[in-house]
Design a protein around this ligand. Sequence first.
Ligand SMILES: Nc1ncnc2c1ncn2[C@@H]1O[C@H](COP(=O)(O)OP(=O)(O)OP(=O)(O)O)[C@@H](O)[C@H]1O
Ligand SMILES: [Mg+2]
Length: 156
Amino acid sequence: MEGKVILHLSYTLDTIADAAKEFWQALKGNSVFAFSGEMGAGKTTFIHYLCDHLQVQDAVSSPTFALINEYHYISDSQKEQVIYHLDWYRLRDTAEAINAGMEDCIIQANAGKAICFIEWPEKAMELLPSQYLWIGIETITPTERAMTVKMANTLP
Ligand SMILES: Nc1ncnc2c1ncn2[C@@H]1O[C@H](COP(=O)(O)OP(=O)(O)OP(=O)(O)O)[C@@H](O)[C@H]1O
Ligand SMILES: [Mg+2]
């Protein structure tokens, strides 16, 4: 994925809560977060800790069946914010993603009305907006992960 590297983090489950805090301090204000990494890389796990950091009021889980989970939290400016946690793994292509309501979530995020955390963004790259964050997670050892965050820009 092309783009400027803006953050690099390495963490284990012992330090993931601090990593999530650092991630949010560096990247809050962005609205579309595309989490890329092989099965078991820890996309859902990291999103879970991010949501814990944001004190999300709803139960956070892998959106395996619904494909879209909706969470809420109170922002620094005391506004209720919506998070869409999207899992595109079971989608075949962009058309299926649109039918499943994914484009609406992206449109809301682009309008500043929601935040999207997307797992398996590769399945429907065309739906990603002109600017978003690409978060690559790599398994270093069974307990260690390396995360690289890039500002992706699909505009020419
Ligand atoms: N440093 C770490 N960060 C995240 N997960 C870790 C770490 N060390 C071990 N794990 C384990 O790795 C697994 C990651 O699973 P998780 O469901 O988060 O992956 P995923 O990327 O969402 O996979 P999928 O593509 O199936 O959705 C969990 O069992 C978690 O406990
Ligand atoms: Mg997952």
